[in-house]
Design a binder for this molecule. Structure first.
Ligand code: 26Q
Length: 810
């Protein structure tokens, strides 16, 4: 049915009639979306089954990527692209009277993630399938994704994201594959033939139902599975008939509590807080996921001792760390293994990826909570801790401090990172600098104990979604210049280096950017009624709102520019449009105040006719994957300005680079590796280094008040946060922000980096005036971005951590 345009049109029209009883003329865009996505789902069904049969027949080793988040966004366009029929379908629909862009908008954005970590998981799935690895995703099918953001009166307001409201054409419910997950209860121990047997009684059982989503590989019929688990109640959860002595009411309570398990995604406020429901979610994912992995393994009819030869589990941060005690539990309690063997198997199966160096974000669960909710898992963690302590005592007999520092259980808390490192064979950071910081500081003790476990895997992004799909005009131009091999081998984008000075190519490149900027300008006007000039420099910062990402530095600098323009109306600056997009965790007060500040500044500046030709500020509501696809291709400048050492990697930085934006950034996360390739000529680096930041934390010597008193620009913009004038409309309007910087001694060095940030922006201004040179820089950014394709990252994980080779290579 997808052979050619005409047969597609015929099949499509026919399905519209058969499935919805609608002649084409009466179909809405939503109807078109529904039929089209249904057709694709059906179309891939056979190849999906074939891929699974192949895995089984060839006894492939499989990797399971366990993650509490998969930020997949929309699937229609991406699936058509990977199937190689996007252009054909686009044309066919156009001929039938439906612009593809309008059809696409009918799909809700699957926002099952907060930001980088969740989007990384989605990019990895795309690469796994496209490179023909046997790789699966394991996650939770949240009923509500990350909240929808509305801006009201400049403030963020959160609305529930009921993304499933209109159904989900991509998923298949698989009740036949359901498993049971048990909470609460008591462990009874007895002896049987000289062995201790552990049995949990009086537990509460929950049904885990999988929903499978096909993950379509690019350019070949290789289809992997993302399995998302949903919690449902059982008829007989307590293993006793309900209805007796008040147990009916207990059942009703139970029913409600079960539904909440897969109800919503927790927003990340990077400030760890141990919530019972979150722990339930984590164990739900781990237990259902591990049981399902083992069921698939069972079909191979091999002994469990061979599990590490056939299965790798990668845990996306510590959120799914409970796979470790869960796998041990199943091996010991259900399969009769002794501790050593169960531990050894588990250790060889699991790998752990760390995504954070903010110590306040590290997960620690209260002992009591784990003991009550997961009594048997708790016993196993206790045993892991006991054995680790013995190992440490032997290794460091005279260093009790070190043992307390490294223990898993300490101060009535369970440190999940320590559990993850000791229970797995691999711990990786997500950028070179990040891994070095883990080894030298954050996890130094563990690095010294297990040096060979630590390794780096610099993050990546799928160039299929982020270049070919999001920026088709640029992809086409690239192919015209260097051919199409780069699509399968993204490193070959470096073929563009030879075109970077070619005037004809530069001007074609500039036209593509211009076209993308016009599209974004139209979107901004449609959505927010603000007119921005596509001729101006588009300077963009889109990412979660967090103090360490320093949106505040950006907005204070904008205020400074505005002050200069007010003082000196004739000042010669390149016209700029500053664009922001960011969600703040609902409970993160300071982050929300920064959103209000950005909107206040935007309102003032956009309302001031005297700067209307040179300065605009836009805060785009509800930043999400599909919005990112519209914004990133239109950027001239990419803001990656975190306090050095704080951003583990960043992946937005890579997306902008691949779309020909030039980065203004600190030497943080993967910016460092970008800089290695691009050099000072093609990136605007500023600010303290990670080492300098560390030194200030360690030895002091920085005073925010001194900065304020010694730099008149800083003095002026800080005062504008509290004194009515160009920015504030009443006394102390932004006192909380003012205080966070001055009274708390500027934890993120916003003031310290202000001068060098301003200077970087002056350099941007100068550089943008020389358009040809600017194009050259932008082209070089694209040319060097192939290294950041997630294909490259996934090959690294596959060969060095999972020991997996692509299926087609056999
Ligand atoms: C934890 C406990 C309770 C509720 C929520 C959370 C939670 C949820 C999500 C904690 C953290 C996250 C997400 C973290 C994250 O996205 N980290 C980013 O990961 C990217 C991919 O590796 C990196 O590029 C970024 O640098 C890093 O900040």
């Amino acid at each position: 049915m997808f052979k050619d345009k005409e047969s597609f049109k015929k099949a499509f029209t026919r399905q519209m009639l058969d499935k919805l009883g609608l002649p084409l003329e009466e179909a809405s865009e939503a109807d078109v979306y529904k039929i089209l996505s249904g057709m694709i789902r059906e179309h891939v069904g056979r190849d999906w089954a074939k891929t699974n049969t192949l895995y089984k027949a060839q006894q492939e080793k499989q990797v399971y990527y366990f993650s509490m988040e998969f930020l997949i966004g929309r699937l229609l366009g991406n699936n058509l692209l990977n199937l190689g029929i996007l252009d054909m379908v686009r044309e066919a629909l156009k001929e039938l009277g439906y612009p593809f862009a309008d059809v696409e908008e009918q799909e809700s954005d699957a926002g099952l993630g907060n930001g980088g970590l969740g989007r990384l998981a989605a990019c990895f799935l795309d690469s796994l399938a496209s490179l023909q690895y046997a790789g699966n995703g394991t996650g939770i099918r949240y009923k509500y994704g990350l909240f929808e953001q509305k801006i009201m009166d400049g403030n963020q307001v959160e609305l529930p994201d009921y993304w499933l409201q209109r159904g989900n054409e991509w998923e298949v419910r698989r009740p036949d594959k359901q498993v049971e997950v048990r909470f609460w209860g008591n462990v009874v121990t007895r002896e049987l033939h000289g062995r201790l047997i552990f049995e949990t009684v009086q537990y509460e059982a929950v049904r885990a139902i999988p929903y499978d989503v096909p993950i379509i590989g690019f350019g070949h019929p290789h289809i992997n599975t993302l399995r998302l688990w949903s919690a449902e109640s059982m008829m007989d959860p307590f293993r006793q008939p309900s209805g007796q002595d008040g147990s009916y009411y207990r059942y009703l309570d139970y029913n409600r509590s079960v539904e909440s398990i897969s109800e919503f995604l927790y927003p990340d406020d990077s400030h760890y807080e141990g919530k019972l429901l979150r722990l339930k979610q984590q164990y739900f994912l781990c237990s259902a996921g591990v049981q399902s992995v083992l069921r698939t393994f069972e079909k191979l009819n091999l002994p469990l001792t061979q599990l590490p030869d056939k299965v790798a589990i990668q845990i996306n941060d510590t959120h799914p760390t409970l796979v470790i005690p869960e796998l041990i539990r199943i091996l010991i309690d259900d399969n009769g293994f002794g501790w050593e063997d169960a531990w050894d198997i588990t250790n060889r199966v699991v790998g752990y990826t760390n995504h954070t160096i903010l110590s306040e974000a590290l997960e620690k669960w209260p002992v009591q909570m784990v003991r009550e909710l997961l009594p048997r898992i708790y016993m196993i963690i206790e045993e892991i801790d006991r054995r680790l302590r013995i190992e440490l005592m032997q290794r460091y007999p005279s260093d009790p401090d070190r043992i307390s520092r490294m223990a898993i259980m300490e101060n009535n808390q369970i440190r999940m990172a320590h559990l993850a490192i000791s229970g797995s064979h691999s711990t990786n950071g997500v950028a070179a600098l990040h891994t070095e910081i883990l080894k030298k500081r954050e996890m130094k003790d563990f690095y010294e104990l297990y040096p060979s476990r630590f390794n780096n895997k610099t993050n990546g992004i799928t160039h299929r979604r982020w270049l070919i799909y999001a920026n088709p005009a640029l992809a086409k131009l690239v192919s015209e210049c260097i051919g199409t091999r780069w699509i399968k081998h993204p490193q070959e984008l470096n073929g563009l280096i030879k075109c970077c000075r070619n005037a004809g190519f530069q001007s074609a490149f500039a036209n593509v950017k211009r076209h993308n900027k016009e599209k974004l300008a139209n979107y901004i006007f449609d959505k927010q009624g603000i007119r921005v000039n596509p001729e101006s420099l588009f300077d963009i910062q889109v990412k979660r709102l967090h103090a360490y990402k320093r949106q505040l530095l950006n907005v204070l600098h904008i205020v400074h520019l505005y002050n200069q323009l007010k003082e000196n109306p004739g000042m010669d600056i390149v016209p700029r449009t500053f664009i922001f997009g960011a969600k703040a965790a609902p409970s993160y007060y300071l982050a929300k105040r920064i959103i209000k500040l950005i909107n206040t500044v935007a309102g003032r500046i956009n309302g001031d006719a005297s700067v209307k030709d040179v300065l605009k500020v836009v805060f785009l509501e509800n930043y999400s994957v599909s919005l990112a696809e519209k914004i990133i291709p239109a950027a001239d400048v990419s803001e990656q300005i975190s306090t050095a050492s704080k951003e583990a990697s960043g992946t937005g930085n890579m997306k902008f680079m691949m779309n020909g934006a030039i980065t203004v950034g600190t030497m943080d996360g993967a910016n460092v590796e970008m800089h290695e390739m691009l050099g000072d000529d093609n990136m605007f680096i500023f600010g303290l280094s990670a080492e300098q930041v560390q030194n200030y934390y360690q030895y002091g010597g920085y005073s925010a008040w001194d900065m304020y008193n010694s730099d008149s620009r800083i003095h002026e913009v800080m005062d504008q946060l509290i004194v009515p004038g160009l920015i504030c409309s009443f006394d102390n309007e932004f006192r909380d922000i003012y205080q966070s910087v001055l009274d708390h001694n500027d934890e993120y060095f916003v003031l310290k980096d202000f001068a060098s940030y301003s200077e970087a922006h002056l350099n941007i201004d100068l550089a943008f005036r020389n358009r040809q040179d600017w194009q050259k820089k932008a082209i070089l950014n694209v040319a060097h971005s192939g290294k950041f394709s997630s294909d490259c990252t996934i090959r690294g994980y596959a060969s060095e951590i999972w020991r997996l080779i692509p299926v087609q290579k056999k």
